[in-house]
Write a protein that binds this ligand. Structure first.
Ligand SMILES: Cc1cc2nc3c(=O)[nH]c(=O)nc-3n(C[C@H](O)[C@H](O)[C@H](O)COP(=O)(O)OP(=O)(O)OC[C@H]3O[C@@H](n4cnc5c(N)ncnc54)[C@H](O)[C@@H]3O)c2cc1C
Length: 507
């Protein structure tokens, strides 16, 4: 595993130590995988060594290696399969939430346990609430100093072995509160609390020996001490931790991906067909090159994002990209590896098919990859909104070119006629586009109100078409055909390349 130059000496040392520990334990993990047994023996060893506390501050008994340390641990422990997944949910089930929203007493209580390796789980998903995580039905109602939790959670990784369950509940039915996402509250429920039970364990592809199941909360009473953050702060807690969650959940597939590349190279060196090793076939070489590229790219994004998190930034877009790339690449690498190894790749005696199944899970957990794309689009697009140029007809070239100029109208008296000319002129350079109200403000130097007034008057005269938002506010305008004809004679809009003479054709 490549060590990045910006890591601290402690993080580098941690990587080397963990890598060696994991390599030694892979045979044991493989045995547990085949036996479909939860690898408790390895988990105990990981607990003893304090690796679960990678992101926990030293003050609470952790290693204080930040999000970077948590990713290093997830990436390496992921090579031990079930151990990696249990590590991830133990992180998701409290580390970030307690660090940022817990009281000092709560940190003392649970961060110390996390550091010692107490297994945890995060409980958001319910039968009727998947991607729409704010729509949970599980309720918590206050009775004296206690909260009474009633409902169900499903698809909970670590259900069973985990001792600590970080549960999001609904504490308000008020539509106004719900509208402001103030209806959720977070609690820690510990195994053994009366009324709290395991309902079902899922048989899932890709989670051969990872317990994942349904939980039932039958009037489970927890003290107010177990409430993490304010009443109604559940959504804020859930979303603030998502960057960390997505990142750690994506890093867990990275180590396995690297092992598969190693295995494919090992295999193709030893497999001979048509009197050649199969790594001599260029199609197999290209696929291996793609795998290496994907592995390196995903790791760079993962650890760059971890660095941003450790620097106190809010890398929401980067965390979603890391989740998307790591899991999509895991599926693609698994599929390519199966194709290169072919028949053997489809058997469970080699680990290639396992990566396809595990990667597929990765594409669904911690927010599906479609949800990641929504985040990348909605939040990522914000940094691309600033457009310094406008297309304008260049007077010498007589073609539209990107221009930084203000245009001829700014500072001049803008009448209705001028406004129509501006819109008509825009037809020459952007024939299929509207101009936004902001474009018109920039072009004319007028205030928004005045722009809207002129546009409304032109629309009334049926010279301009507008595009309105859901509330009926004009956000864009365009000269219609009548407007174009009124603004300029038809010749104004004519443009032909040098090699084309319309008159020759009778136009
Ligand atoms: C193996 C495994 C482990 C899991 N571990 C945990 C855990 O530990 N804790 C926990 O709380 N949950 C866990 N989950 C649940 C997981 O987070 C959800 O499965 C996931 O969020 C998707 O919810 P869903 O399966 O109900 O799909 P749905 O939300 O029903 O989505 C169905 C499809 O519609 C798409 N879709 C949904 N909404 C939109 C939208 N707005 N725009 C575009 N497309 C959309 C989705 O991408 C998907 O393709 C786990 C799931 C699995 C499979």
């Amino acid at each position: 595993m490549e060590i990045f130059p910006w890591w601290t000496d402690e993080q580098k040392k941690f990587t080397v130590e963990l890598q060696s520990f994991v390599t030694q334990n892979i045979p044991k993990a493989e045995k547990a995988f085949w036996a479909r047994a939860f690898p408790m023996e390895i988990v105990r060893e990981v607990q003893k060594r304090g690796y679960f506390g990678a992101a926990v501050p030293k003050k609470y008994g952790g290693l204080e290696l930040g999000a970077t340390g948590a990713c290093i641990a997830a990436e390496q422990l992921g090579r031990l399969y079930a151990v990696g997944h249990v590590f991830v949910v133990s992180q998701l089930g409290g580390t970030h939430q307690l660090l940022h929203f817990g009281t000092e007493e709560q940190k003392e209580e649970w961060l110390t346990k996390i550091a010692k390796g107490q297994l945890g789980a995060v409980c958001i998903t319910e039968p009727f609430a998947g991607s729409d995580a704010a729509s949970v039905w599980t309720t918590a109602r206050k009775e004296g100093d206690e909260w009474v939790i009633m409902g169900k959670k499903r698809y909970i990784t670590g259900a069973g072995p985990a001792d600590r369950y970080f549960v999001y509940t609904k504490t308000s039915n008020d539509p106004e509160v719900i509208g402001k996402y103030g209806h959720l509250t977070a609690f820690i429920v510990e195994k053994g609390t009366p009324g709290f039970s395991l309902e079902k364990i899922n048989e899932l592809i890709g989670f051969d020996n990872v317990p994942n199941g349904y939980l039932n909360f039958d009037d489970v009473r927890v003290p107010d001490f177990n409430r993490i953050g304010d009443v109604g702060a559940g959504w804020a807690i859930m979303t603030s931790g998502l960057n960390f969650e997505r990142l750690v959940a994506s890093a867990v597939v990275g180590g396995g991906l690297e092992d598969i590349i190693r295995m494919v190279i090992y295999y193709t060196n030893r497999r001979v067909q048509f009197n050649q090793q199969t790594n001599r076939f260029v199609n197999n070489q290209f696929k291996i090159a793609d795998m290496i590229t994907m592995n390196k790219l995903a790791r760079i994004v993962t650890y760059y994002t971890a660095m941003l998190l450790d620097n106190g930034q809010n890398p929401a877009v980067e965390a979603s990209i890391a989740k998307l790339l790591n899991t999509d690449y895991a599926v693609q690498t698994g599929l390519d590896a199966v194709q290169i190894v072919a028949g053997d790749g489809l058997t469970k005696f080699y680990p290639m098919e396992r990566l396809v199944r595990e990667g597929k899970i990765g594409q669904i957990v911690a927010g599906t990859n479609e949800v990641q794309k929504l985040i990348i689009y909605r939040m990522g697009a914000l940094s691309y909104l600033d457009m310094p140029y406008r297309l304008r007809m260049d007077p010498d070239l007589d073609v539209p070119v990107l221009s930084l100029d203000d245009g001829p109208w700014k500072g001049k008296k803008i009448t209705e006629d001028v406004m129509l000319k501006i819109l008509a002129e825009d037809y020459r350079t952007n024939p299929g586009l509207y101009m936004t109200v902001e474009d018109l403000e920039k072009e004319t130097g007028l205030e928004k109100g005045k722009v809207l007034e002129l546009v409304a008057s032109l629309e009334k005269k049926n010279l301009v078409a507008t595009f309105k938002d859901r509330r009926g506010n004009v956000i864009m305008a365009k000269a219609n055909y009548e407007g174009l004809r009124t603004a300029y004679p038809a010749e104004h809009y004519r443009w032909f390349p040098d090699w084309f003479d319309p008159e020759e054709l009778g136009f």
